[in-house]
Design a protein around this ligand. Sequence first.
Ligand code: HEM
Length: 410
Amino acid sequence: MNLYYLMTTLFVGAAVLTAADASLTSLNLLPWFTGLRWLRIHLITLGAMTEVIFGTLPQLVAIRYGRPRPAFRWDIWLTLNIGILLLLVGIPIMNEALIYAGGTLVFIAAGLLIAQLWGMRPAHGSNASTAEHTGRPFYIVGLSFFLLGILIGVGLWFNWAGWLRISVPLEAHIHTNSWGLMSLVFAGLLIDTYPSWAGRPLAWPRSIRPILWLMSFGALGLVLGPWLNSRWFLVPGLLLHQTATFWLLLNVVKPLVGDRRMFAKPGVWHVLTSYLWISAPVMVAPLILLSVRGIPGPTIEANAPQALIYGWVFQFGFAMFPFLFRRAFLPDEPARLGGNWFSLAAVNLGGIFLWVSIFIEPLGPTLHAIAYGLWTAAIIPIAIELWQIARRGLTRLDTLSERAAEVPAD
Ligand code: HEM
């Protein structure tokens, strides 16, 4: 049983409640609660996503390397989960000791996971070229960005930007975790799981190495841009990163062209449309940089991260979480991507409403409320799907252990 995945169901459930709360507070039906905005985003990113990442990567690398399933690491599980809980309590109430302790524990957990992945080697006799084209280096680079993201994130509360000489700390934090951690880990997940849910290899397996370099240096430029307040890093970083993302998606889409069955699956569309929402800020970024009239730069900066997290990060999870859950809890059944047509329509309409709310200021709160209402509605079927898979998996384990107990001892 994967304890990380059980924690994921918990955080996805909590994410439904906080998204619903954002809808109601926008309509003034509930009062604002300080810190809830932080909690809403981080229940998804630090809660649900991190749990899945930690619970999945060692297993996936072991499978790709032809090695036995790695033993469960209680040290990593405990440091991560105690750390997350301390942060989820400490940040909304701004308690220094809890934030330091929580940040340090999550940092240690990420460091331990990197060390575990670093130490894994392909089994003797496994195909060297297959072992080379795996998601492992993406995971290691992504998690290294996470270490930096934690440092900047914790520092946001203690004004570390001064001694770290970070010009725009919040942007540096968001870029490190989104373009660094999430982008690279998602790329690795696509590379490692694609043959299993698409039933075929990526279009150009040899492109994996160049994609890794382009994406890693792109993310570095995107972090150094706000860190040094320099477009000389930001713009090339953006170009490298976008090129890598586009190339990766072509790798995914090309083998599916002409296969109508695949495009009739909402999970495939969840994966593909999620990437629209990481491109949306990229498309308006030049308008903000050039200070074009009528483009509300500060409103975009305040709202775009939410569309990014719900539209891209969480939507990618809508497809990937149920797939990984099925593999872990119901290994005898074919694993497929998650989501349905309703979740697909609701999550993407939510993103559209949020972006429209930025540009039509008088209707802002109402459109904002509709966006969060749609996101709440989109998460509910996913939460139910995850819960049903976990419940069936636990029942299966119970039945297996009962049968084992019934076998008479020799
Ligand atoms: C230990 C880990 C983390 C810590 C300590 C942390 C801390 C913070 C802090 C202090 C803020 C500023 C909140 C504010 O100004 O209202 C913030 C914002 C943000 N963080 Fe994190 N964070 C962490 C992990 C992550 C991860 C993994 C992501 C993934 C993408 C992420 C994405 C964001 C985003 C998008 C915002 C902007 C939220 C908004 O505008 O509403 N953070 N974080």
